[in-house]
Design a protein around this ligand. Structure first.
Ligand code: ASN
Length: 494
């Protein structure tokens, strides 16, 4: 059993006062990862490098010269769609099975520059296409909260960043990087009982994050507490010359202050009270709205009329961008290359047939269909117009309220065997219902755990704010976290 302290500040405090050293933490954690292999959270563990980095971190702490007082020696995990120099980066796909990048993603680099130790790479749905962490060449990830891990009884981790979520929830690292295109960070965070932040588009560099949908992808942060999330965000946010979509102004570090919700204007979008919303999630939503109101916030119902169209528009735009992004995997530049190469044409076709799973192929085909000259106006262009209307729903809402409070997922984590009965498209339509609009509008959204369901699985809610309102979201999140004290449940979980 892993008995390390739960919070980033606690572990770095242990390093400072020398009651623990990074080397023994890494050794202990590597052993725990090995013991909990059935969870399938990690797809590759960087044992040698992690031990080396831990040794260097120990020396720095011994000299009282950590690179960062919070992060030096702290263990992190990285979703396997971020490039990591010298470490395989597969996107859980045959296509990139043997790909070893020559550089690291900016967000990974920034963590390492502060002394954080990358333990390894985590599982995902192939290229990030999914919401269960079930469509991976490495097999599905199991939710660490499912009491019964029998093969037909385990719960999904959520996705696509399910490996990162489980690594954090099971105590196998302090923080993990996920990515979020339509909910990929928040959905598994919700099912695994951890904090998941999808930052404003442009706040974090996407350099080295293998693209899925360039206009919506953002790196996501997954931690056990809001404070840990703020520590990681402060370490990695800000402009990057290698990503022209990052905002140019310097990032002002977030200061947490959980004392205020008085006067806060909270909106409850009524369209999120949708068909299929579980009774227990609704209770949880009402409970937190009441808590906020009692503490002096004004809670009002708001309308976001384009919510129902959003999931369809997301799906069209996603598939269009996927089809053009995936064109680079042709067997020539990098990645898998078929042996059947009698002609260039055959090489392309065979490479792609062998390298991609059926979910990826499906999205490429649909995307190409939507982009056909005869369909372009009807689908792609129309979807772009409705995307604008969806974004305007938020602009209008944020004139009257400071934040929106919604569920993250419609229920607790489904059983794997039930989940895989439906296809990827239907899965996403349910799983991404509450999350993808934030990606289309580019606004920040935070998922945080609230309580346990009657099945003793995590239930979570989502806070959304206007562009660059991360500080506000995390402050309100910290207040809610203090009130509901979800972390107390970890003593039972571990
Ligand atoms: N990538 C994501 O954010 C998840 C979403 N379910 C998708 O498959 O597009």
């Amino acid at each position: 059993m892993n008995r390390l302290p739960l919070r980033v500040r606690q572990i770095s405090e242990c390093f400072r006062e020398k009651s623990l050293d990074p080397g023994s933490v890494v050794e202990q954690t590597l052993a725990a990862i090995d013991r909990q292999k059935t969870l399938n959270a990690f797809v590759r563990v960087a044992t040698t490098k992690a031990l080396q980095q831990a040794e260097q971190s120990r020396e720095r702490w011994n000299r009282n010269a950590p690179r960062d007082v919070n992060l030096d020696g702290v263990t992190v995990a990285v979703k396997d769609n971020f490039c990591t120099k010298g470490l395989h980066t597969t996107c859980a796909s045959r296509m990139l099975e043997n790909f070893v990048p020559t550089y690291s993603a900016t967000v990974v680099d920034r963590l390492e520059q502060r002394g954080a130790i990358v333990l390894g790479k985590t599982n995902l749905d192939q290229f990030g296409m999914g919401s269960g962490c079930v469509d991976s060449i490495f097999g599905p990830t199991r939710n660490s909260w499912s009491e019964n891990l029998a093969d037909d009884q385990f719960r999904i981790a959520g996705g696509s960043s399910g490996g990162s979520a489980v690594a954090v929830a099971a105590g196998l690292c302090y923080a993990a990087l996920g990515s979020d295109t339509g909910g990929s960070t928040r959905n598994p965070a919700s099912y695994c009982g951890i904090v998941g932040l999808k930052p404003t588009y442009g706040l974090l560099s996407r350099h080295g994050l293998i693209p899925l949908v360039n206009s919506m992808d953002v790196p996501g942060i997954m931690t056990r507490t809001i404070e840990d999330c703020a520590i990681v965000l402060n370490a990695i946010a800000g402009p990057d010359d290698r990503d022209s979509t990052t905002v140019k102004r310097p990032f002002l570090p977030i200061k947490l202050d959980s004392s205020f919700v008085k006067g806060l204007r909270v909106g409850i979008p009524r369209e999120y009270h949708c068909e299929g919303l579980d009774k227990e999630v609704l209770e949880c939503w009402t409970r937190v709205a009441d808590l906020l109101e009692r503490a002096g916030a004004t809670v009002t119902s708001v309308s976001m009329p384009y919510t129902a169209s959003s999931i369809f528009v997301y799906s069209i735009l996603n598939q269009c961008e996927v089809s053009s992004n995936m064109a680079r995997y042709d067997g020539i530049e990098y990645g898998h290359r078929s042996k059947e190469d009698a002609s260039t044409e055959q090489l392309y076709a065979k490479t792609r047939a062998e390298g991609f799973n059926s979910v990826v192929k499906n999205r490429i085909l649909s995307g190409n269909y939507f982009l056909l000259r005869r369909n372009y106006d009807k689908y792609f262009e129309k979807a772009l117009k409705v995307r604008r209307l969806i974004a305007e729903d938020f602009v209008r809402a944020f004139k009257d309220v400071d934040i929106l409070l919604t569920p993250t997922t419609l229920s607790d984590a489904p059983l794997y065997k039930d989940f895989i009965r439906s296809n990827n498209r239907d899965q996403c339509a349910v799983q991404d219902f509450c999350t993808q609009s934030a990606n289309m509008a580019g606004i920040p959204a935070l998922s945080l755990p609230i309580s346990l369901s009657s099945r003793r699985l995590p239930l979570s809610l989502q806070l959304m704010g206007d562009h660059f309102s991360e500080e506000l979201l995390l402050r309100v999140g910290a207040w809610i976290e203090k009130e509901v004290d979800f972390l107390a449940n970890y003593s039972e979980h571990r």
